[in-house]
Design a protein around this ligand. Structure first.
Ligand code: GTP
Ligand code: MG
Length: 344
C-alpha cells in the first residue's frame, strides 16, 4: 500500500564453520570484545547476535570502504556453534542468513562441519565469503595487525607467502569439489557466481578489513532490493533462547528479521504446545556491538526494527521454544497469526 515506509533493513550475516576455526574470535575482533575468553573450552553453545553499525564497519575497513557508497544501516552478525552436536543451531543460523561468512582454519582445511555448513548454504542459496583464517600460524608469518591483507601479504617472506598460497589453493580446490567456483576475493569479478576467499587472522587482525568490505559489497549489490522492506510492518522473528531476565521474569532472545515490534504489541510465540498469545511487557535491546548471548546490560526501548537481536519479556513465556517463530499481531486477527505460527 502507498503508506508503507520502505527502508533498507540491516542484512543478517551468519558466521558458520567447523569447531575452533575462529568464528567467535573473528566477531570479537570486529566488536572489540572478548566473548571467546568467557566460553568454556572456547566452545560456543548457542546462537548469538551482534549489531555492527555502518560507522564501525567503515572504521574497521578503513581505506577499503567509503561509507558514502553504502546506504545500508550496518550488519547483524549471527554467531553459530561449530561443535558437531549443534547441527540444529547451525541450520537455524543458516536459515536466518541473508549472507554468510564461512570460517575455515587455513591449516586444517575442510572438516566435517565445514562441509555441513556448505550444505546449509547451498540448500538455502545464501551467498557467502570464505574467511581463510589463522594465517598467522603459517610458519614464518610476520603479523602486521589490523591491515588489509594485501599490505600484510607484501610484508611477508617469499617462503611464508608460498606456504600460504599453497594452502589457499587447496581450499579453493576443496570448494570446487563441493561445486563452488572460488578464487582469491580480489580476483572475483562477479560475486553472484564466484565465492571470494579472504585470508584472515582473527587473532592479529589481518584481512578483517577485507572481510567487512566484501560483506558490505555483497549486501549492497545483491541484497539491496531484498532489504527494501516495510520495516514498520508487524514484526517477525525467531526465538534463540528462553531465559529469565532479572526484574522482568521469563524473556525470549529473538532475532527479528522483518518489520517492527513495539512495546504495546501483542505477540504470538511458538511453544512446546499451542502457540502462546501474550502482550509485550518490555523490549530490551543490547547496545551496538554487544553480543546478546553474553550481554548483561540492556536498554528498555519502545520499538525495535529488523534486523536486530532483542529480548522480549512478556507473561506466559515459560513454554516458548527455541527455534520457534515470533509474530506481532498488530491489526491482523489473532487466529490468523496463531495459524501462521502453527504452520511454520
Ligand atoms: P566454536 O564456536 O566452538 O565452533 O569455535 P569458534 O569457531 O568460534 O572458534 P574460536 O573463535 O572460539 O577460536 C578457537 C581457538 O582458536 C581460540 O583459542 C582462538 O584464540 C583461536 N583462534 C581463532 N582465530 C585465530 C587466528 O586467526 N589465529 C590464531 N593463532 N588463533 C586463532
Ligand atoms: Mg564460537
Amino acid at each position: 500500500d502507498g503508506d508503507a515506509v520502505a527502508t533498507l533493513r540491516t542484512p543478517i550475516v551468519a558466521v558458520l564453520g567447523h569447531v575452533d576455526h575462529g568464528k567467535t574470535t573473528l566477531l570479537d575482533r570486529i566488536r572489540g570484545s572478548t566473548v571467546t575468553d568467557g566460553e568454556a573450552g572456547a566452545i560456543t553453545q548457542h546462537i548469538g547476535a551482534t549489531a555492527v553499525p555502518l560507522e564501525t564497519v567503515s572504521e574497521l575497513a578503513g581505506s577499503l570502504v567509503d561509507p558514502t557508497d553504502f546506504d545500508l544501516p550496518g550488519l547483524l552478525f549471527i554467531d553459530t556453534p561449530g561443535h558437531h552436536s549443534f547441527s540444529t543451531l547451525r541450520s537455524r543460523g543458516g536459515a536466518l542468513a541473508d549472507i554468510a561468512v564461512l570460517v575455515v582454519d587455513v591449516n586444517d582445511g575442510f572438516q566435517p562441519q565445514t562441509i555441513e555448513a556448505i550444505d546449509i548454504l547451498q540448500r538455502t542459496e545464501t551467498p557467502f565469503v570464505v574467511a581463510a583464517n589463522k594465517i598467522d600460524t603459517v610458519p614464518g608469518w610476520n603479523p602486521q595487525g589490523d591491515v588489509p591483507i594485501q599490505e600484510s601479504y607484501d610484508a611477508q617472506s617469499d617462503r611464508a607467502r608460498e606456504t600460504l598460497d599453497e594452502r589457499l589453493y587447496e581450499l579453493i580446490g576443496e570448494l570446487a569439489d563441493h561445486d563452488f567456483s572460488a578464487d582469491m576475493y580480489w580476483r572475483v569479478q562477479n560475486f553472484a557466481n564466484n565465492v571470494g576467499v579472504v585470508p584472515t587472522s582473527a587473532e592479529t587482525g589481518e584481512g578483517v578489513p577485507d572481510v567487512l568490505t566484501v560483506l558490505m559489497g555483497l549486501s549492497q549489490r545483491y541484497l539491496k532490493d531484498a532489504m527494501a522492506i516495510d520495516v514498520e510492518g508487524p514484526g517477525a522473528g525467531t526465538v534463540l533462547e528462553v531465559k529469565d531476565q532479572k526484574g522482568f521474569g521469563t524473556a525470549i532472545d529473538v532475532v527479528l528479521y522483518d518489520g517492527t515490534v513495539r512495546a504495546d504489541d501483542t505477540v504470538v510465540v511458538g511453544s512446546t504446545g499451542e502457540p502462546i498469545v501474550t502482550d509485550v511487557r518490555a523490549l530490551l535491546q543490547p547496545r551496538p556491538l554487544a553480543e546478546i548471548r553474553t550481554e548483561k546490560r540492556f536498554e528498555q526501548v519502545d520499538a525495535v526494527s529488523a534486523a536486530a537481536g532483542l529480548k522480549i519479556a512478556a507473561p506466559d513465556l515459560d513454554d516458548a521454544m527455541a527455534g520457534a517463530p515470533v509474530r506481532v499481531v498488530r491489526d491482523r486477527s489473532r487466529e490468523e497469526v496463531v495459524q501462521e505460527v502453527q504452520e511454520e
